[in-house]
Each structure stands twice: as C-alpha cells, then as structure tokens.
Ligand binder design. Structure first.
Ligand SMILES: O=P(O)(O)OC[C@H]1O[C@@H](O)[C@H](O)[C@@H](O)[C@@H]1O
Length: 248
C-alpha cells in the first residue's frame, strides 16, 4: 500500500520529514513489558535457585538480555549470559513456564494501552502518517485488540508473522523493515519507537530516519543505554512529543 495520506494536523518536531512510524508494542503501546518481565523473573528464578545462582534482575538483566527478543531467543541469551550452557530442552522448558505465567497474568489483570501513546497515534493519523506496530511477541495482536488500539495501525508484524517469514529477531532490523515495506515507505523516511535496547539497535541498524527510545523503567542507566544503542532521543512517555511547541 502507498501510505502517504494528506496531512491535516501538526506533526511533532521529532517526527518531521517522516512519512511513517513503526511502533514496538510491549512497553511502547501497551503496558505489558512489566508483565513479561515479572513472568520471566518467576520462570528464571526457579532455574537459577536450582543452580545456586542469584535471582534474575527484572530491570537490568531483563533490559539487556530479554526485552525485545523472541521468547526462545530471550530465554537462551539470558541463560547463556549466566554461563549455564542451556540445552534446547532447557530453553524450551523455561520459555514454556514463562508463557504459562504471562498468559495467566494477562487473563487475570488485562492490559491497557498507554494514554500518551494513544494521543500521539491520533495526532499522527490525522497528520497522514502511515503507522505500523511491530513486535517479537506472539501475543501482540491479542494485546492490541484487547486494549482497543489495533485499528489505529495500518499494519502489524508480530511474533507469529516473524516466525512464518523466518525473520531474524532484534537487534536485527528485519521486523521493522518488513513493517516499513508493508507501509510502502523506505526506512530512510520512517521512524521507529522502541523501549528495548535490542529494539533501538534494530532501528539504527535498519537505517531508519529517527529512532525514539521510551524509558519506562527509569532505572539507573536505562536512558543512557537507549542512547548508546541507537536512540536519537529518549522520552519517558510519548505524550512528551506532543508537548513540543515547535510543530510542523
Ligand atoms: O512470548 P511472547 O509473547 O511471544 O513474547 C516474546 C517477547 O516479546 C517481547 O516484546 C518482550 O519484550 C519479551 O519480554 C518477550 O519475551
């Protein structure tokens, strides 16, 4: 599809010159990164205590090794970071445990979209930008639908699609490039919005015009980490982009 709609609204300064924006899902659109992190912590801690290791750091280690990666990649990369040399069966087992915990948490508590993100999406749609959601998660479609925001996006590339198309996971840019391709806009005229280190790195490697980092964690070093891995700017919430006085 060619997605250059006519512009009728102001575009935040950070996104000037772009014709499309690709949004990561967990932690950017929906308040689900913390639910993933908590489920991973419970699943990893069961393994770590058996191996006599300290528990999983659901902030620093989550951000460095798990956030933004596919389920199996995240499990493998973290266990390897602790020198545990996991077999494929070990990786599958901890990932299955995490999946059960995550599904239960979503079923019991639901997931909402961030109001600041929804406001930004509304402005960008009115301004005529093409919008995509992209996520390593196989749950992305259902979370977006439950949060009532799926229809704000022209296309969605989720974990199921990524597996079907054999796309390598973040920090490889394949997921984002597929989203831009579907929107009919080259990466050089598109932006990526991400909260994961692997995700901002993917945006940078993909040659996107702008990479916006979102720091939901507010832990020491998160902002600096996002900038180091490729973000052009970092905000705490996407509504900050709308507060900018200088709009197109
Ligand atoms: O297990 P799912 O829902 O397919 O998600 C895979 C990954 O999706 C990413 O978006 C999350 O940052 C990770 O924490 C998660 O592990």
């Amino acid at each position: 599809m060619s997605a250059e709609r006519s512009c009728t609204a102001a575009v935040p300064r950070a996104l000037r010159g772009t014709a499309a924006v690709v949004f990561d899902t967990d932690g950017v659109i929906t308040d689900s990164a913390r639910v993933h992190a908590a489920a991973w912590k419970t699943a990893f801690d069961a393994v770590l205590s058996l191996r006599g290791q300290r528990s999983f750091d659901a902030e620093g280690e989550y951000l460095r090794y798990v956030d933004g990666r596919s389920r199996l990649d995240g499990a493998r990369v973290f266990l390897e970071s602790r020198g545990l040399h996991p077999s494929e069966a070990d990786v599958q087992a901890v990932a299955a445990d995490k999946e059960r915990l995550f599904t239960e948490a979503v079923r019991d508590h639901g997931i909402d979209a961030y109001p600041g993100t929804v406001r930004l999406l509304g402005v960008l749609r009115s301004a005529g930008l093409a919008l995509a959601a992209a996520s390593a998660s196989r749950h992305a479609r259902e979370l977006l639908e439950h949060a009532g925001v799926r229809d704000l996006f022209d296309t969605l590339v989720d974990g199921t699609e990524a597996a079907r198309l054999h796309l390598p996971g973040k920090p490889d840019p394949a997921l984002f490039l597929e989203a831009a391709r579907r929107l009919g806009i080259p990466a050089a005229r598109a932006a990526v919005v991400e909260d994961a280190l692997a995700g901002v790195e993917a945006g940078r490697r993909g040659g996107f015009a702008v990479v916006i980092g979102v720091d939901r964690a507010h832990t020491r070093g998160t902002r600096a980490g996002l900038l180091e891995h490729g973000a052009d700017l970092v905000v705490d919430d996407l509504a900050e982009l709308l507060a900018s006085e200088d709009r197109r």
